[in-house]
Design a protein around this ligand. Structure first.
Ligand SMILES: [Zn+2]
Length: 792
């Protein structure tokens, strides 16, 4: 690769003699810092039920979790009515002004799963107010009390709901806050964020905006992460760092979250004039939205963390002048043991450029001092790209191999027991780094390789500062610390203690900054994207390369036979890490088997055309599990027959027709004038359903405007046979009225209506699952849909 042979000057940097004690001290120091980082990310111990009244007690809150998550309580269900009655009872019992907002509300934001057209829901939000003594604005604590249809929502979001009840209790029993505190327990979050949307848009208490603290759970355990903020968050983040007892949050998470197709109630508030913070715990994602999301699955340490932070923030925002909260900029922030580092976002680019400059200065000085030639420095930069590319690729290959052995993982957000696989990915990243180092160190020299690693960190810092400013600190600060340490070390005697001290300090900075994202990215993105954590692991490895070098058997510049032995030993760390990766992956496969407590997830639904009597089993599994295989085979596009199920292909198989009635379509009025026709219709479900949909055939009419339950809905143009459509969640039993203003294209207008209930038990041909086969956490799992076309 055109690298000149070793010169005396290069060898000078390869340390005149080995210093095993210094190496050991540096390693111990970094391990201690790493342990401190992990302890800082751990959840607190749950406080008992007899904790002082002013404190948050996870055990007290958990009593409400058990009541809320007794069974699935999807919006509109009787179970949901019972949960709501309980919430109202608890809040009224605290002496708070409590009411139920009963409204028809549109969806918020852009839901990735929104199928079939404009979405609305009938919602019933529980709203309670603790009036402030001299209010400067309102603080809103928000969580959704509805669950998915496929699980009881023990964590999602009984965690947030019960946290708010316990925070309300603690606040109501203490001195009154200065600002109004409003507790908002929303409905129909799972369906369409409609409860939050209806509250933010229409409730009198929401008129002037305010600060929203949204509480969520997308798993069963792990630290509570403040992962989303409103724009221009500097002052909010400052309060968070000051008032949350466990301030785990990073400006990088905000950037990642914006790129993911997820939404929470917080989105609905951001659509209006609110600022705020969004927090959730996300580890243990295997149970997310499944029947396994029970109260028993909850880690009460995570609940305690939610409560500690929510109570601390409610008190602080309760006393802060809320008129002063807006600031003109976003902050960069990240957790360090004992607190939250934050600095203004406008510093991001200058810092990134400073890091690049410092790394450049280090390269210049290395060359000037004769520690590395220009050619070697260039080779170091070029070669450092290799592990950056290979490690994520390796992680992807490893996961591909694991899912080939265990295809059931494809439908899971994360395995049930992911820790072994996560460690395997980290070991794999280490193996890549060590192999690369053993192969390149002797030819290029440790100084040039360390320089190459820092150069990439600095370059990535500039790139991130421009594209993803909230994440730039991840590489900028380790690069800056590494370069400054290198510059400082070059100013001292090479065989003195200071180079080791400088390398260790810079390594500690890298560990503090890059270890939390490695830990948090695994649950955030799931194993399928473990490559991202592998990438961050390798960046961390590159940042601590001088310490890695201290441990390298070749360090010391031996010659002859000793050098040969050292070279062989040099392969040792790489071999050990590679072996660890294989063993850990194997342990993962052995430990995380599917069984009755950890069932393989399957997806099945049933769709009946009541007009033709044709019925189908449908599944969205890409590679169907054996159980699902008994129902479906080929792929079908169902959008022509079931536009309410959305676009995209599904697995399908023939099913016996069930005796289930389609929703009725009643024409209440039909007026014609000019080229227009105005249809006033009522869709009446003939059974208990979760949602109903209505679509107009494009070939028969063009819809100009539409109102649903008195609410205007947007007229979205969709491709395919059915252009205009609406989806109504939690419809009342008496049905839903709508008015369509349309231009007919033919003599009759074809309207297709569909409704859907939950549960397949009792359908002809349906066999209950064996114990080790479970239900995928999906909004369409176990759905029973019935459709019919009405010519009008
Ligand atoms: Zn959910």
């Amino acid at each position: 690769m055109g690298v000149p042979p070793s010169r005396p000057a290069d060898r000078a940097l390869t340390r005149p003699r080995r210093r095993p004690l210094a190496a050991l001290a540096a390693l111990v120091a970094l391990l201690a810092v790493g342990a401190g980082v992990l302890v800082d990310l751990a959840t607190p111990a749950p406080r008992p039920a007899d904790a002082p009244a002013g404190e948050f007690s996870a055990e007290r809150a958990y009593e409400n979790v058990r009541v809320i998550a007794t069974r699935p309580h999807v919006a509109g269900s009787t179970a949901n009515d019972q949960v709501r009655e309980h919430l109202v009872g608890v809040l009224r019992g605290l002496g708070l002004e409590t009411e139920v907002q009963d409204a028809v509300a549109p969806e918020a934001g852009q839901l990735s799963g929104a199928a079939g057209g404009a979405t609305v829901a009938r919602v019933r939000n529980v709203v309670a107010r603790l009036p402030g003594t001299a209010s400067t604005g309102r603080v809103f604590l928000v969580a959704h009390y509805d669950s998915v249809q496929s699980g009881p929502g023990g964590n999602d979001d009984a965690a947030g709901t019960s946290t708010i009840l316990e925070v309300a209790r603690a606040l109501a029993t203490g001195p009154r806050p200065r600002n109004d505190v409003v507790f908002v327990l929303t409905d129909a979050e799972e369906a369409c964020l409609c409860g939050a949307s209806g509250f933010a848009a229409d409730h009198p208490l929401a008129r002037d905006g305010g600060v929203v603290l949204n509480l969520e759970a997308r798993g069963a355990t792990g630290p509570v992460i403040m992962f989303e903020t409103s724009r221009n968050n500097a002052k909010l983040v400052d309060v968070f760092g000051r008032a949350a007892p466990h301030p785990v949050g990073t400006s990088f998470a905000v950037e990642i979250y914006r790129a993911l197709p997820n939404d929470t109630d917080f989105t609905a508030f951001l659509d209006h004039d609110f600022v705020g913070l969004n927090s959730a715990y996300i580890d243990g994602g295997a149970i997310y939205h499944t029947p396994l999301d029970t109260p028993a699955a909850m880690d009460r340490g995570s609940l305690q963390m939610h409560g500690d932070n929510a109570l601390g923030l409610a008190r602080e925002f309760g006393r802060t002048d809320l008129r002063q909260l807006r600031s003109g900029h976003d902050a960069t922030y990240f957790p360090v043991p004992g607190g939250l580092v934050r600095y203004p976002g406008w510093l991001t680019l200058p810092l990134a450029l400073a890091a690049l400059l410092a790394v450049g200065a280090l390269g210049w000085l290395l060359r000037r001092r004769g520690r590395a030639t220009a050619g070697r420095l260039a080779a170091g930069v070029g070669l450092a790209l290799v592990p950056i590319v290979v490690a994520p690729l390796g992680a992807w290959l490893l996961w591909t191999a694991i899912t080939t052995v265990r295809p059931g993982y494809a439908e899971l957000l994360d395995p049930y027991r992911p820790v072994w696989y996560r460690l395997a990915v980290v070991a794999l990243a280490a193996a890549v780094l060590f192999t690369w180092y053993a192969l390149t160190r002797r030819r290029v020299g440790p100084a040039a390789l360390a320089f190459g690693g820092l150069a990439w960190l600095a370059l990535l810092g500039v790139l991130l500062a421009v594209l993803v400013p909230g994440g730039a600190y991840l590489t900028t600060l380790p690069a800056l610390a590494g370069a400054l340490a290198g510059l400082a070390a070059l100013g001292t005697r090479l065989d003195g203690p200071w180079p080791v001290v400088a390398a260790t300090l810079a390594g500690a900075v890298a560990v503090v900054i890059l270890l939390p994202p490695v830990v948090l990215l695994f649950p955030a993105l799931g194993m399928a994207m473990g490559g991202v954590a592998a990438l961050v692991s390798v960046l961390l490895g590159l940042a601590v390369l001088p310490v890695v070098d201290l441990l390298h058997p070749q360090a010391g510049g031996q010659r002859g036979l000793v050098a040969l032995r050292a070279r062989r030993l040099g392969a040792l760390p790489a071999g050990a890490a590679a072996l660890a990766a294989v063993v850990l992956a194997g342990v993962g496969l052995a430990v995380d088997r599917f069984d009755a407590a950890h069932p393989v997830p399957t997806h099945l639904m049933y769709a009946l055309d009541a007009g033709t009597g044709a019925a189908r089993w449908l599944s969205h599994e890409d590679a169907p599990q054996p159980w699902t295989d008994g129902y479906v085979d080929g792929r079908t596009d169902v959008s022509a027959d079931f536009p309410g199920l959305g676009d995209g292909e599904l697995r399908a198989g023939p099913a016996p027709a069930a005796d289930v009635p389609a929703p009725k379509l009643e024409t209440l009025a039909d007026t014609r004038g000019g080229d227009q026709r105005v249809l006033r219709l009522r869709v009446v479900p003939q059974r208990t359903v979760r949602l109903l949909t209505l679509h107009v055939e494009t070939a028969t009419a063009t819809v100009r405007s539409a109102t649903v339950a008195g609410r205007d809905v947007p007229v979205k143009a969709r491709d395919g046979r059915w252009g205009f459509g609406i989806v109504f969640h939690a419809p009342p039993p008496e049905g839903v009225e709508l008015t369509l203003t349309l231009v007919p294209k033919a003599g009759q207008v074809n309207v297709r209506v569909m409704d859907a209930s939950d549960g397949l038990t009792g359908l002809p041909g349906f066999r209950p699952r064996p114990a080790d086969v479970g239900v995928v956490g999906s909004h369409s799992s176990e759905m029973l849909a019935v459709a019919r076309t009405y010519p009008l």
